[in-house]
Ligand binder design. Structure first.
Ligand code: NCD
Length: 315
């Protein structure tokens, strides 16, 4: 019975490379289907068939736990199979093959490709000549659209709406590839965005300037002054791998953290989000607080990726 009604609607894109491609109708379709898979999962119906006989090529050239495993688990739970590399070491991009060529070749083997690579634009290049859908699972500091989808879906489920929320962003907002695309979407939903970044870790000015002039985004000096107003606080890790100068990283290491005391004045239903992995910016003492939502957020990434793969493979 549960195989009905699913995957009815088709997405507006063929490759998902940039969160800007996600139109309201795409999000509605994806979130409905993700919610369906989440309900089924909770009821013990965990095996589906939207990807039966299909293969995902998962190419990961940067470390990943959640993204890679949730893509792989999503494909298996849809009845499909996965081929791939964990470190990229065994693949020809390391020998100097262009992403364009890799895209052509993988299109002959697999039905959908997910790629994470340190270079901005790498997923778009791979997609250029690919005849199967390509999903960007993180291209350098640029975009990570399935994380943006996960974060939006999580917020929607936790808050009941994406409209008019006040959301704080705290931490490394300069190098994070998850913070800015989420800011852009939430600003588009009329949310008030408060940026709280330590010195040197602000959202780059040119990215802020690219926002719609109606966006309500402001910078704030400290978490303490803002916490009481927030519906959600999105925290990011210091993106060590994006620093050219290791000394700059070391100077900033440990320069910010959420503490139980810093949350004392928060609204009772304020949630703390984090794309994970965390380092020192969220101590484990926070995990037991009702505000801690990041592990639920990570699990929702599975259902969102199931929904995305199901709809991409259907098109
Ligand atoms: C994020 C990423 O890879 O950008 N992780 C993830 O996909 N869950 C955030 C991070 O690595 O800090």
């Amino acid at each position: 019975v549960h195989t009905e009604k699913k995957a009815e609607r088709v997405l507006s894109f063929r490759h998902l490379l940039d969160a800007r491609q996600l139109l309201p109708a795409d999000m509605d379709a994806l979130f409905d289907l993700a919610a369906f898979f989440q309900r089924a999962h909770a009821e013990g119906r965990r095996a589906h068939d939207e990807a039966r006989g299909r293969i995902l090529a998962a190419l990961f050239y940067e470390p990943s736990t959640r993204t890679r495993f949730s893509f792989e688990a999503a494909m298996y739970r849809l009845g499909g199979q996965v081929i791939g590399t964990e470190s990229g070491d065994g693949s020809s991009l390391r020998k100097g093959e262009t992403p364009e060529d890799t895209g052509i070749v993988l299109s002959g083997y697999a039905d959908v490709v997910a790629i994470r690579h340190p270079e901005e634009g790498s997923a778009a290049r791979l997609a250029r000549h690919a005849s199967v859908p390509v999903v960007n699972a993180g291209d350098g500091g640029n975009e990570h659209p399935t994380q943006t989808l996960t974060d939006l879906y999580h917020l929607l489920k936790e808050k009941g709406t994406l409209q008019g929320l006040t959301v704080g962003f705290y931490g490394d907002l300069r190098y994070s590839r998850t913070a800015f695309p989420l800011i852009r979407h939430l600003a588009g939903f009329g949310c008030e965005i408060v940026l709280i970044a330590p010195e040197g870790l602000d959202v780059p000015d040119e990215r802020l300037a690219s926002l719609d002039p109606s966006a309500c985004v402001r910078r704030a000096a400290s978490l303490g002054q803002e916490i009481a107003r927030l519906d959600a606080l999105y925290v990011t890790r210091l993106q060590k791998e994006r620093f050219d100068d290791p000394r700059a990283y070391e100077r900033l290491q440990g320069s910010y953290a959420v503490t139980p005391t810093s949350l004392e004045k928060a609204k009772a239903d304020m949630i703390v989000m984090h794309p994970l992995p965390r380092t020192s910016e969220i101590p484990v003492a926070i995990d037991v607080l009702p505000a801690a939502s990041y592990f639920r957020q990570a699990q929702r990434g599975l259902f969102v990726r199931m929904a995305l793969l199901a709809l991409l493979l259907k098109a």
